[in-house]
Design a protein around this ligand. Sequence first.
Ligand SMILES: Nc1nc2c(ncn2[C@@H]2O[C@H](COP(=O)(O)OP(=O)(O)OP(=O)(O)O)[C@@H](O)[C@H]2O)c(=O)[nH]1
Length: 572
Amino acid sequence: MSLKTRLLSLVAVLMITASLASWLAYRELSEDIIERWGQQVAEIQVRYDSARLLQSLEREIGLARQMADSSTLVKWATAPEDEALGREAIREMESFRSNFRDNSYFVALRDSRRYYYNNADNEFENNQLRYQLNPDKPEDAWFFQLIEEGRNFHLNVNPDAELGVTKLWIDVLMRDENDRIVGMVGTGLDLDSFLQDIVDIDQDGITTLFVDYNGAIQLYRDQNYIDFASIIKPEGQKSTVDLLFDHTEDKQKVLGMLQILKNRGGATGAVESSFVTVDGRKHLAGVAFLPAIGWFEITLLDLETLLPGSYLWPLVAVFLTSLIVTLILFHLIIRSRILKPIISLESAVEKVRGGSFTLPHLDKPDNEIGRLASHFEKMTDTLAHSTRELERKVEQRTDELHRLARIDALTGLKNRRGLDEALDEEIQRAERQGTGFGLIWLDIDHFKAINDDLGHQAGDDILCRVALWLKAGVRPYDHAGRWGGDEFVVVLSPCDRDTLHQIASRIHETIERDSIRTGTPVTVSVGGYYCQPGDDVETILRQADKALYRVKQQGRNRVYIIDSQGSEINPA
Ligand SMILES: Nc1nc2c(ncn2[C@@H]2O[C@H](COP(=O)(O)OP(=O)(O)OP(=O)(O)O)[C@@H](O)[C@H]2O)c(=O)[nH]1
């Protein structure tokens, strides 16, 4: 995997990890914010719903209380047979009827168990006595129960089978001056329209319900859940609020909240709230106690409706976009600031390693990598310079070695190898140009004796002097060399037969003459051969050696030069 891929993968993993952590933190935080917000909303909603209910009931309750306090009705309740009082009482009742919102009322007398009722249609004009309450009839149990409990005020959602109506009944006990319960008065509100006005309000995501002191559902948009005639039902048979919740712990929570509010004794404005699950959806339940009517108001806020998850999609989109943009920017920056310079540096290193000092263009960003590339360029320059210098020195040394390999160490003349090369060149040139050239082979006479008599060092000195005289005796373009021991060879080129003889004779004479001046006179035997185009090395050397041998045989110290015919070349 390339450095680029690894780096980007690492960054992607780190960013995704960081993003996940941020996302989890965000979710935690947003849930916390939603919870706080929801609680505030729930509290506001609870107070608002409570206020709406109380507002619509307060006037009715007030009127019912006035009715219960009516001295005419109280008197009549204790003397129901008094016809004059009865008429007056009916008038009183009717006057209240027109004031109640529902334009209906009921009056139930304790002693006579008579139940009076009239409705908005004045259906029972002059016939307000509807029936006789019977303690043995379950549908009349509410009356006897309330009397027994002695509760001055009670709201009761109850169908009246006799009247054929289902209403929210406002029941207020009537007491005489001795505080004895003499009856019950009140009005009823049509349940359907009341639910529509107060409970089943068309607010998406908000559900309002009212439960009584024991948690039995009194007002709820779905009448199937309403616990009609709660007062007469034993515990366990009531349709209580916990029926609405999916989970047992939610039921416990809500019942717990009711208990807390009960214990507070209806402190004004106290609201409890908690998360619950209703129909598989998360809701925030807000609960308030309404001491005026002895009920609890419960508001359920469906958070998914009020604050749908789709609200968060723009946030998620911003989050993802910023993640992608960050990755792209990171990639571009890393590529231009790190990856590209490193890649170009790597290929430059590769080139230098392969022996080339011509570097490609190196990216040099203003950072450590840029400085590294700059140092590398300078280092490569230095290396190239040193390498060139080294190569030059090696070449020089090689040339020198080449030269030394062809030089005789003692005399400074060409050695046998140098002479061989010079001879080869001359043979080729002769063949090219079709001209002849000369070769002289020279040997110091009785050199062994010089060595033996004067010492080896003196012998060396003689060799060096002969070399000097030899050099002085030839032309600049001739090649003089030491063949070995006391033998010297001179290749003369270009050269004709006469010149060969002249130069050979001149050398011979010079050595003899000049050596006398040194105090150690020496003579040399000189053999020569005039080479023809087509002669090879062996032929030339053999012929020259033959000539020299002839000189030695004939007593030394003379010049003898032959041509390819083996004839002696004499001076012109
Ligand atoms: N001082 C010295 N002597 C050398 C060197 N190389 C060879 N010699 C000696 O040179 C002598 C050459 O002897 P030869 O050529 O055989 O005989 P010669 O004494 O010259 O006799 P002729 O050539 O027949 O006149 C030998 O004694 C070698 O030891 C050298 O580099 N320095």
